[in-house]
Design a protein around this ligand. Structure first.
Ligand code: ACM
Length: 533
């Protein structure tokens, strides 16, 4: 279903810029008075909305004398260093990271009711203190602190202050542990640097899972030593016929390391038994007829399948999963399982019955697209739901039943949270097979109540996938990701009671000057009251 014509990219980009310009003129409120820029951002003007905010008292101000005080532990020191790296270029202040003294910006770990990722922020004239039980909580707290400072703090050259942080207390922790985004590096290949840039964008909004779609018909993107032609040949092209690419194991370890430094876990996906043309083209043996098909650079889906009856298929899968699991400190390994239209249903079930235990044998938890619920998901497996509001009742019921039987769900409804869907008919990039997904539609649903018959406790979280049939550059990634990603992040993080489009759109609008400062492009949806720029 994902195939669509490709919009010429340069023209598309120009159109997007033009449309953005028009909507800015149409929707922008009057410019804020200069004085407003000097007042502190209210504690509740944060995305995702914090769980609880108690404003009060005078602000703290970061000055040339401010020090970043950390616990004497490697993890907390590193988070302090990360914060200093954000603040030093724009403030021009030295901001030493030290383990003694009083006041300033304090990062500390403490046993308390913060959970694995929560934190508390206390701000007053003497300083700002972030307290958490785990380093991940401190890291998320640092993201909140960034948003409480003026947007110019994100610039890479010295800016005028002042740098106030509003007074009060903010207590925060996530609704769901799984808050993901996916990057399809198979349809178009993205370099390690591009993936890191994407990780930095996720971290801003407390997203903690990066799902990498590492293989598809158009490309195999990860080195496998025991099957070297997968990357060398299967990775040699991409949609549109470009040269593609693949990650060496060292590249991949670097992505995993960088993501971990942002408290993001990498979830690798090898999509099987369909979406496998790149593998089938690389090794004739993997084909039922023993003949390798040519490489594929179009955007059709559903035409390829691993050969379910052949033993070599499972030798291949075992090798791939063993090597990938060895590269993966994270808990999960995603085996795809969507759109296996060229695999008979009984073969699909047999395949999944054999492949899921391989994932378990190498110590990982299975994730599959929700078609896995039509087979026999192993105990502990997660199913990623990518249906639409209009998906048939029987298919939804099958997923809900699996959820009642213990399969946990990651919600990625395509007509809500797919980042590659066009916003409007005029959006130059992206696809529309799931519909047009404007910012409000993308935000305005409740993961806890979304799938009829699935218990709320079965929802592991949400994930926003970015498929890359039409996505080539960082600018392309940005324009589809922003401003919808922060909404997905809020659905994953904020309490259901905080969900409110009218207040969200105001908080979202306030993010735009930060994106400008960070060099992140975005779609200026007319649904959002963006400040003039
Ligand atoms: C999918 O969009 N085929 C998971």
């Amino acid at each position: 279903m994902r195939q669509h014509h490709r919009t010429p990219r340069l023209l598309g980009t120009l159109l997007l810029v033009a449309v953005a310009g028009l909507s800015a003129t149409a929707a922008a409120p009057a410019a804020a008075p200069a004085a407003a820029a000097r007042t502190a951002t209210p504690l509740d003007r944060v995305v995702p909305a914090p769980a609880s905010v108690r404003p009060g008292g005078p602000p703290y101000e970061i000055t040339p004398a401010t020090r970043i005080r950390v616990d004497d532990s490697g993890a907390v020191r590193r988070i302090g260093g990360y914060l200093a790296d954000v603040l030093r270029p724009s403030t021009g202040y030295p901001l030493p990271v030290i383990t003694h003294g009083t006041g300033g910006v304090r990062l500390r770990l403490e046993d308390g009711p913060y959970g694995a990722e929560g934190y508390r922020l206390d701000s007053g004239p003497q300083g700002v203190t972030l307290t958490a039980r785990e380093p991940a909580g401190l890291f998320h707290g640092v993201q909140t602190l960034r948003q409480l400072l003026p947007p110019a703090v994100e610039r890479k050259t010295v800016q005028h202050g002042p740098w106030p942080v509003a007074g009060g207390t903010l207590t925060d922790s996530p609704r769901y542990a799984y808050r993901g985004a996916m990057l399809d590096v198979a349809r178009h290949f993205f370099t390690v640097a591009q993936v890191k840039r994407f990780v930095d964008a996720l971290a801003l909004y407390k997203i903690d899972e990066l799902h990498l779609h590492l293989s598809d018909d158009q490309g195999w993107r990860i080195a496998v030593d025991s099957w070297p032609r997968l990357a060398a040949y299967g990775g040699s092209t991409e949609v549109g016929g470009g040269k593609g690419g693949s990650y060496t194991k060292a590249d991949y370890r670097e992505i995993v390391r960088y993501a971990a430094s942002r408290y993001v876990e990498v979830v690798p996906e090898i999509d099987m038994p369909g979406h496998t043309n790149a593998a089938l083209a690389s090794y004739a043996d993997l084909n039922c007829n023993g003949t390798a098909p040519p490489l594929y650079t179009g955007t059709d889906v559903g035409f390829s399948s691993l050969c379910v009856p052949k033993q070599v298929t499972y030798d291949f899968v075992d090798d791939v999963i063993r090597e990938l699991a060895a590269l993966t400190p994270g808990r999960y390994l995603h085996i795809g399982g969507d759109e296996a239209h060229s695999t008979r249903h009984d073969d699909y079930v047999k395949f999944m019955d054999r492949v899921q235990p391989i994932v378990e044998r190498y110590g990982k938890t299975v994730i599959g697209w929700h078609q896995l619920t039509g087979a026999h998901p192993v105990k502990g497996a997660l199913a990623q739901y990518w249906g639409l509001d209009s998906t048939g009742a029987a298919e939804k019921a099958q997923v809900a039943e699996a959820a009642r039987n213990g399969t946990r769900l990651i919600l990625s409804p395509a007509d809500r949270i797919y980042l590659d869907m066009k916003y409007t008919a005029d959006t130059p990039l992206g696809q529309d097979w799931a519909g047009l997904v404007e910012v409000r539609r993308s935000y305005d649903w409740d993961p806890g109540a979304y799938l009829l018959g699935a218990p709320a406790s079965a929802i592991a979280g949400v994930e926003a996938p970015l498929w890359s049939e039409t996505i080539v550059t960082d600018h392309d990634i940005d324009c589809m990701t922003f401003p919808r990603l922060p909404g997905a992040a809020e659905l994953g993080w904020s309490p259901a009671a905080a969900h409110d489009w009218d207040t969200y759109r105001v908080r979202l609008a306030a993010q735009a000057p930060r994106w400008d400062a960070l060099g992140i492009a975005y779609y200026r949806s007319p649904q959002v009251p963006w400040p003039a720029r």
